[in-house]
Design a protein around this ligand. Sequence first.
Ligand SMILES: *Cc1c(COP(=O)(O)O)cnc(C)c1O
Length: 361
Amino acid sequence: MSLIFDVHPTSDPMPARRREEILANPGFGQHFTDHMAVATWTAADGWHDSAVVPYGPIRLDPAAAVLHYAQEIFEGLKAYRHDDGSIWLFRPDQNAARMQRSARRLALPELPAEDFLSSITTLVGTDADWVPSGGETSLYLRPFMFASEPFLGVRPAQRVSYVLIASPAGAYFAQGVKPVNIWITESYSRAGRGGTGAAKCGGNYASSLLAQSEAAEQGCEQVLFPDSAEGKWVEELGGMNVYLVTNAGELVTPELTGSILEGVTRDSILKLATDEGLTPVERKVSVEELLRGIADGAIREVFACGTAAVVTPIGAFKDIDGEYPVGDGAVGEVTQKVRRELLDIQYGRAEDRYGWMTKIA
Ligand SMILES: *Cc1c(COP(=O)(O)O)cnc(C)c1O
């Protein structure tokens, strides 16, 4: 039986003038819409108590298992407003399926895909005025699930909360697309064999923060995590997948090994590559091949990809031995093209030839 998200409207919505002020310059992850979707799961009753309720603090017992053992997962996707005012999602079925895979890995209950989708359509329908328009703006959607059972024993929780919140997002590159510098860490790993690298869980992010600080000290915006076993293979950044463009016209991304997050953007680019006249390749890439390739020109461009930034050009890598600029430091032609093509599909400016878009309002 599927969940119904009954709407309990807030008695205290944000005044329209203040909302318009926020939407004119939303930044990222700082402002939230008037409502949120919630549902509860218990071992005895399954999923129930689903509703859209006023946005606000969650009451949590101090013994809630998530606060002690980090049994938590999340998703990230966007609602896009097209020029005609309609509102669309990009491949939400992929996020629903990935949330189920993450749930299995973290011993959390799976939320049926149709319930995941109806939480989104009901919340976005209720807070439709919060979907910004113009430029590369969107309403960022953050579904998450956590162990809310008050119990300090170590076992999968028998009470779990699902929450969906929404946050207006400005263009990621407000001042134009600018390449970022990447620190190759030798001190820290993101994910190990048999670990949670392929699950979208908060714990992976907690363990990446110190490496991120190390990168910042080195003047870098992001961290590249090599594999943990050999420290030899390129895996991904803390929250984005990686692509290389070779001078043989290949678009190469590290193959999924169980410790790499299966990005929806990564998968979409693999499918778009042939349309752009490129050969998509999933294989192992060593850090050595990467650095040699960008030095001798075999690798022309490198970019990172994910829902938040779509496609981010990488201008240089840095490690304890030195700095390695990619190409001439400008945004590469292929990077630009892939980025443009994805955005055009998402914003309804290019034909949706893969049936990726879902209209929700
Ligand atoms: C979410 C995420 C990505 C990107 O996934 P998308 O579905 O493209 O947004 C990549 N790596 C990590 C670690 C992530 O958490």
